[in-house]
Design a protein around this ligand. Structure first.
Ligand code: SF4
Ligand code: SF4
Length: 174
């Protein structure tokens, strides 16, 4: 799957291949500087939902994001409205929680690794599992169950193979 993409990544001289959990809901990812793939236009895919937390809903969210509904920002064929020339223009507190965690993704109460990210390819899977454990703990300690449910995306209707299970639950699914 996506062999040409993977080969391109393997041959890229990444200037900063550092990946580390920062402890505050952010995966520090040095690959992003040159990649920017997941903030830009998403061609041919359905809009990618990025739920916002109550404190991020201040009446100005539609100025910052393309909105899927009243409380969910999204990435679509236009890319993200908050992407500027030098990267994301928003402070960390205003960015969707999904942005800080990516390529770790919360779906149906569990964590997955998004396969189509150079960082997912270049860091050994065991290290992603260990980072996922920290992310799961941070999510459980930081958010109410209601907000965890809001952050958790439904499984996509297509492209399931892009998500690798980390086998880590964030909340029990009934
Ligand atoms: S795909 Fe991965 S490396 Fe690229 S911008 Fe997104 S998180 Fe960063
Ligand atoms: S809010 Fe920032 S980090 Fe998140 S998708 Fe938009 S530009 Fe990227």
């Amino acid at each position: 799957m996506d062999t040409a993409l993977y080969q391109g990544w393997k041959n890229t001289p990444w200037s900063d291949p550092t990946i580390a959990w920062q402890g505050d809901g952010f995966v520090a990812n040095g690959f992003c500087r040159e990649c920017r793939r997941c903030c830009g236009p998403q061609k041919g895919d359905p809009p990618y939902p990025m739920p916002l937390m109550p404190w991020q809903l201040d009446g100005k969210e539609a100025e910052r994001f393309y909105m899927l509904d009243a409380t969910t920002s999204c990435l679509d064929e236009r890319g993200c409205k908050a992407l500027g020339e030098g990267g994301c223009t928003l402070s960390r507190s205003l960015r969707p929680i999904a942005c800080g965690l990516f390529p770790i993704v919360c779906m149906e109460g569990a964590l997955f690794l998004y396969r189509l990210c150079p960082a997912s390819l270049c860091l050994p899977f065991g290290e992603w599992q260990s980072m996922g454990e920290k992310a799961a703990l941070w999510l459980r300690q930081t958010f109410s169950v209601d907000n965890l449910h809001r952050l958790s995306l439904p499984k996509p209707s297509c492209n399931h193979d892009r998500y690798i299970p980390l086998f880590l639950s964030v909340f029990e699914v009934a």
